[in-house]
Write a protein that binds this ligand. Structure first.
Ligand SMILES: C[S@@+](CC[C@H](N)C(=O)[O-])C[C@H]1O[C@@H](n2cnc3c(N)ncnc32)[C@H](O)[C@@H]1O
Length: 455
């Protein structure tokens, strides 16, 4: 008869536990069979096709142990408790190898089981279906979004998440309320250190910020990357709602010049720190003002204080040396021509992209673009610089869940704020679903010339 019996290694059930985690009650002794064989035979046993299905294969459990009574012998653990559970083929094989069967007591403790397994043995059965153990990570903080039925167990849940994830030092639960002005989440500490200043890495950049005072959402990583990939290194970006810099800093790392703005003084402070930490101070200028004022002023700022021309990718020391060697005349002519083409560009004084990630209300700021080139050009004519109008990437929410309806809804709201039809280069990108009846989009369009010069 084939062996079908599998070991039950689930943790003991302790549904009485609800406020304080007691790790020491999670213990189980499970008798399993072990084949005692000479040390020299263990490799052969482990590789044998016959034994394959009968060997112990549990995470974090060693399947070969020293025999406590004989240094030259090994215990190869099997995945059954009883002799009868072994197939005839396995028994014959063990006999051929002169293996003797002994009982070994497998001791499992709290450290063995996963967060989900421990939670399932504590929570009431009706709460075990949806697991509460999911969380997002920002730096050293795990943040959870617990449904209300799990709240009586929130501290135990937090402690288990902390125990089972060595990189996590703080576990918080997002509260329902969000700061309406600066969009950061209110949160409560569930377990670990009350330290909310995180160092988070995204797109090869390091971001430091206080998670209780600024907006950050790791789920936007793909959207940050998507827009940054659209930019050319020669571009000049105006990030109207920059937060602590997840568009601005990676864009600068690829060579773009960036005006990065955020009204939240804490965001602006950490943005400035992140600019320095990521060594992009020559390419990012931070400001702390209302998005509407920023849109109106930034075109003039770029004109009055242009960024230096893009001079090609940042070179390593080796590459710098090679460049100098090439410039001393040992180069192929094409290499020199390409480099000088890059270096001969004039200073950058024209904004090529606006980024507006404040999905709740960014569309309401679009009327600030009306007459923006006239206003900024009060003393000078800027139209020459803006032969190509800038692209605007505006994030927004919609409750229309079908693409064509969402598109109609968003375009209608954008056109109404701009006071003009969107004619060219309009694209709509679905960023993510934020709630069952609410999606986040990014609409990208070229700013209509008539809007920028509207009187
Ligand atoms: C949704 S967050 C986006 C932050 C960042 N761009 C990102 O992708 O993570 C919106 C940001 O806009 C800022 N903000 C809110 N109202 C603003 C306003 N009137 N002017 C400028 N910034 C504002 C908030 O402080 C917040 O940092």
């Amino acid at each position: 008869m084939a062996c079908t019996l599998t070991l039950d290694v689930s943790p003991p059930v302790h549904r009485w536990m609800n406020t304080t985690l007691q790790r020491d009650v999670f213990k189980r002794t499970i008798p399993v069979l072990a084949a005692r064989v000479p040390a020299s035979k263990t490799g052969f046993m482990l590789k044998s096709g016959v034994m394959k299905k009968s060997l112990m294969d549990l995470p974090k459990v060693r399947s070969v142990l020293r025999d406590p009574y004989d240094d030259l012998e090994r215990l190869v653990l099997l995945n059954v408790s009883e002799h009868a559970a072994l197939s005839q083929e396995v028994r014959d094989f063990l006999q051929e190898q002169s293996a003797t069967l002994v009982v070994h007591n497998l001791e499992l403790t709290y450290d063995y089981w996963t967060a989900d397994e421990i939670l399932h043995s504590i929570l009431p059965e009706e709460l075990c279906k949806g697991s509460p153990s999911g969380f997002a990570v920002t730096g050293h903080i795990a943040h959870m979004n617990l449904n209300k039925e799990y709240l009586p167990y929130k501290h135990i849940i937090g402690q288990i998440i902390l125990d089972k994830n060595p990189m996590i030092k703080t576990v918080v639960n997002k509260l329902d309320s969000i700061d309406t002005k600066y969009r950061f989440f209110k949160m409560e500490l569930l377990a670990g250190e009350p330290n909310y200043v995180v160092e988070h890495h995204e797109s090869n950049c390091r971001f430091t910020f206080d998670f209780t005072h600024v907006y950050w959402n790791s789920r936007l990583h793909t959207e940050h990357d998507r827009l940054v990939q659209l930019f050319q290194p020669t571009d000049v970006i105006a990030d109207v709602f920059a937060g602590v810099g997840p568009f601005a800093i990676p864009a600068a790392k690829k060579g773009c010049a960036v005006f990065a703005n955020d009204l939240n003084p804490e965001s602006a402070r950490y943005l400035s720190q992140n600019i320095v930490d990521n060594k992009v101070a020559s390419l990012v200028r931070a400001s702390c003002e209302d998005g509407r004022d920023f849109i109106k002023k930034v075109i003039g700022r770029a004109r009055d204080h242009p960024f230096p021309a893009y001079t090609g990718p940042k070179l390593s020391k080796m590459q710098e040396k090679e460049k100098r060697r090439l410039q001393l005349g040992k180069s192929s002519p094409t290499a020199l021509v390409d480099q000088s083409a890059v270096e001969n560009q004039s200073p950058r004084q024209t904004i090529t992209h606006f980024v507006m990630n404040l999905p709740d209300s960014a569309i309401d700021f679009l009327d600030a673009f009306r007459g923006v080139l006239l206003e900024s050009a009060s003393e000078r004519d800027l139209s020459g610089n803006y032969a190509n109008m800038p692209m605007v990437h505006c994030h927004c929410f919609t409750r229309e869940l079908q693409l064509d309806r969402a598109e109609a809804d968003i375009i209608q709201r954008v056109e109404s704020k701009l006071g003009h039809r969107l004619d060219t280069e309009v694209t709509l990108h679905m960023v993510r679903s934020v709630a069952p009846n609410k999606d986040m989009y990014c609409i990208s369009f070229r700013l209509p010339r008539d809007v920028a010069f509207a009187r």
